[in-house]
Design a protein around this ligand. Sequence first.
Ligand SMILES: O=P(O)(O)OC[C@H]1O[C@](O)(CO)[C@@H](O)[C@@H]1O
Length: 433
Amino acid sequence: MGIRFNHSNSFITEHEYKYMENQIRIAHKMLHDRTAQGSEFTGWLDLSLHFDHDEYHRLLMKAEEIRNNADYLIVIGIGGSYLGARAVIEALNHSFYNLIEDDKRSAPKILFAGNNLSGKYLSDLFEIIKDKEVYVNVISKSGTTTEPAIAFRFFKKFMEDKYGKEGAKKRIIATTDKSRGSLKELANINGYETFVIPDDIGGRYSVLTPVGLLPIAVSNINTDEILKGAFQAEEIYTNENLFDNECYMYAASRQILNRKGKDIEILTNYEPSLSFVSEWWKQLYGESEGKDKKGIYPASVNFTTDLHSMGQWIQDGKRNIFETNLIIKELNKDLTIGYEDMDLDKLNYLSGKTVSYVNEKAFEGTLEAHVKGDVPNLVIELDRLDEYNMGSLIYFFEKACAISGYIQGINPFDQPGVEMYKKNMFKLLGKPE
Ligand SMILES: O=P(O)(O)OC[C@H]1O[C@](O)(CO)[C@@H](O)[C@@H]1O
């Protein structure tokens, strides 16, 4: 397993973890026995046992077809219906994936839509793709979410104008519920190929279903390895003993810190390509735990960039925060700093050192400073940033979230709070009942 969890700078004592052992055991039982609230949405827990291999095979064929025929894949979805795919695609691909020249790329550019209500964004997007070969993957579990539905209405027309009804039909793929919802109905009537979001997996837990797997596979990332890493994590993190389960140690650490007044968890990274992993993580934890006037507020920063903005607050502001550092031990690309005779920039003391080495020292120095500033720091370290570890990390965060939520005393699998804005918006828009 390529993931390690370190709590040596958490200010949590051994006995505090010991006091949590029983609660963890109970939460583990609630989750695994499927006796607790929300258990109807725990299909992700043992996905390997009921993974649909035939559908997955069909998905890989479709991904290949898209790779061979598209300049652009447009992924339409919001929240859990796009964040996971975007997180993995950005983490594992070239930092400038969409800017790689056409003759040097083996996969289409991937752009996202339906995750906002900006007419400017959509207009700009159509300007970019109007003369290109396009495939569309529209993703919505409910099939009724306003943002992707509006975007898809425009894309459906765009595709039909460009390719005709028959051509559009081949290039539009819908990922949705197996039988319900407007998107499923639209797909049936128009003859789009569909992939299923299982009933027992909610949006924010769906990255390892066709929701994430199709766009990720299109970008030429090895999804077999992602699944291998996730399924391995499924096995490793089944141990109900807190001290033998790093995933549970993370969940317990969060809850211990929260009870000590730490209301905000800041996920940090030192790699720009991980910034959308943080966005995915924020939805996972925010929608799962922010309930009944309780919950840790999940925030994120991208270091070292944000050390020059939020660094001040973290070092010196109100002490109601803790940090969880997502660290990559070894990267497959790096640069070595050169020597210059004049040394006008005074950097010769670093000549011969890699940029990663400097980054590593920035992390170590920051951790030491923030700990000195009374900020508990947790560390999740990945050996490498690769498919296998990304699969394991996804499962690690998903399971820790469920366990942490049960300990907190909420249902980690519903999201009643997000309905309020929708109700108001529909009222203002005059949506018929
Ligand atoms: O896949 P859907 O049903 O369009 O939902 C998208 C997102 O919207 C929410 O339902 C919140 O409104 C999230 O839970 C979900 O990830």
